[in-house]
Design a protein around this ligand. Structure first.
Ligand code: IPE
Ligand code: IPE
Ligand code: MG
Length: 225
């Protein structure tokens, strides 16, 4: 099986997972963290180099304050809970997004997790938090205004949030919708897309491996014949 070097995931469907069980949406988000824990483990085990997950979009601030608070608190708690395991599994954590606008208790935890895992050499795990593809392109243009107009696509890409990331090979979106929702607009130009109706909390090891298996059979042409 050909393993993609970089997998990106839009982890959608937590709310519906809970609603179908008559539970509060917060429980769906909590289950979503468990699925994410498993995805990190699987990706590390099979030799994926980069896993980028969409955890909170620039548009998600428009949700009710109670839900936004729940998501922020859950992120803070997950960072505390997952830190030892991430260290043990040699995972390097990074973020993309306008992280400076996050609540202080989330931002400081993220900063310390990034610092603590910086020299780990296994899976690079990128959290897209307060991330928007358009915001990223706009922020890159602002940098270009200070540093000079980029000459090439490569020069432009170096102005994005993390210049060291290769483009994703495979994008997975759970939850049944066939859209990008402002994720990685520049980087997805030639990414293979995998949409599934499975809700994120149910997207466990077997489903992830099946998506990778299916990816490995695809023929990527990049405009050639
Ligand atoms: C994904 O699940 C998590 C975030 C967007 C933060 P949703 O909360 O969007 O769940 P649904 O789409 O309402 O089911
Ligand atoms: C995309 O999910 C963002 C994240 C998973 C963080 P949404 O639930 O916000 O997307 P839409 O609103 O259905 O497009
Ligand atoms: Mg959703």
């Amino acid at each position: 099986m050909k393993v993609p070097a970089h997998i990106a995931a839009i982890m959608d469907g937590n709310g519906r997972w809970a609603r179908r069980r008559g539970l509060p949406r917060a429980i769906g988000h909590r289950e979503g963290v468990k699925a994410l824990h498993e995805a990190v483990q699987v990706c590390g085990d099979i030799g994926v180099k980069y896993l980028t997950v969409f955890t909170f979009s620039t548009e998600n601030w428009q949700r009710p304050k109670k839900e936004v608070d729940t998501l922020m608190n859950l992120m803070a708690r997950a960072i505390d809970d997952e830190r030892p395991g991430l260290m043990e599994n040699n995972v390097r954590v990074r973020t993309i997004g306008r992280t400076s606008d996050l609540p202080e208790h989330v931002r400081t935890r993220l900063e310390s997790l990034i610092a603590d895992t910086a020299s780990n050499t296994g899976l690079t795990f990128i959290l897209a938090i307060n991330y928007g593809g358009r915001a990223e392109i706009l922020d890159a243009c602002k940098k270009a205004g200070e540093q000079g107009i980029p000459e090439s696509e490569q020069d432009f890409a170096s102005l994005l949030y993390d210049r060291s990331l290769p483009d994703p090979d495979l994008l997975i979106r759970t939850g049944g919708d066939r859209r990008i929702s402002n994720f990685l607009l520049w980087q997805l130009a030639y990414t293979e897309l995998h949409f599934t109706d499975t809700l994120w909390p149910d997207f466990r090891k077997d489903k992830l491996l099946a998506a990778i298996e299916e990816f490995s059979k695809r023929q990527r042409r990049f405009g050639r014949i």
